[in-house]
Design a protein around this ligand. Sequence first.
Ligand code: NDP
Ligand code: OXD
Length: 317
Amino acid sequence: MAAQIDKGRVLLALTGYHPQRWYELIAARRDVTLEPDGEADPSITYAVVWKQRPNLLSSLPNLRAIFSIGAGVDHIFRDPGVPNVPIVRVVAENLTQYMTEYVVWRVLDHHRQGALYRNQQARKVWYEPPQRPASDIAVGIMGLGNLGRAAAKALMALGFHVNGWSRRGEPMEGVTVFGGERDLIPFLNATDILVVLLPLTPATHGILDYGLLKELRRRNGLGGAVLINAGRGQLQKDDDILRALDDGTLKEASLDVFETEPLPETSALWGHPKVFITPHAAATSDPAHLVGPMLDQMDALERGEPLRNTVDRQQQY
Ligand code: NDP
Ligand code: OXD
């Protein structure tokens, strides 16, 4: 039996999030220190982070594990000095449900001509365009992981054809799965609505460029290809999306993430009639749902049990 180890202290280091609720929920079960305190503190054994200050984590001599408060961990790897301890990311029903809702909402809005009707309403126009069944539309999900698979299931239940693209191409029932770089163009060529749920890694940075968007299928009642990005902003090139919208390569886009966040007021995306914008709000990290499982994992580690949902350091996701 593995040896039990001491109950460790937690450092909470969140940038861009109000830490209060996270702090209270952690403090109910464990000793916790809020950044900027905690630097180089030998009593700290766990870090709960979002966009932590560079070199903070490497200053902690007894760190056992790092917990991201989000599903993505690119914000952790931005710090070149991330110590070599396990990194745990969020995999939670609550967050997955939010993302599924976002994807279904945006796919249905594009499929059911939401932008056209909003425009018609503003002009008091009474016109019904031709309708197509969901089964005529292929939604392609880039990133068929925890979030992508849940979204795929919901879309299939609505009758859409679903394609998926992932690094390893692991099969999923009902989904036409494409795997790896070699399969990327065939995946795009078979996709009308592209939903991006990829992590940001060295391999995916800037992947959503004009050339990629050009490969999407534009053949049916949608009137053109659609991009929905809820993965990360630096997967995309904002200027390439604008170019694709302006020359008809893309019919419309729903964007939750941007190269620079908050999206600068000067960005032409804000006022673009074919763009629907949300402020990185597709799936929020709710401490009421996420802190309990994080603390359970710390307890489990101290009982000698393995951590779940750890990140592959080499792949950075
Ligand atoms: P997972 O790690 O479960 O899934 C990632 C998927 O991307 C996997 O299918 C993986 O392939 C695939 N992938 C990774 N690298 C590549 C590559 N180079 N080429 C092809 N496919 C690749 O992550 P989640 O589903 O939990 O989350 C996905 C992302 O969603 C997060 O990293 C985050 O950036 C974003 N997110 C955004 C939120 C928002 O509010 N906008 C909220 C939460 C998350 P394989 O299956 O082969 O490993
Ligand atoms: C996440 C996010 O990665 O909120 O969870 O973006």
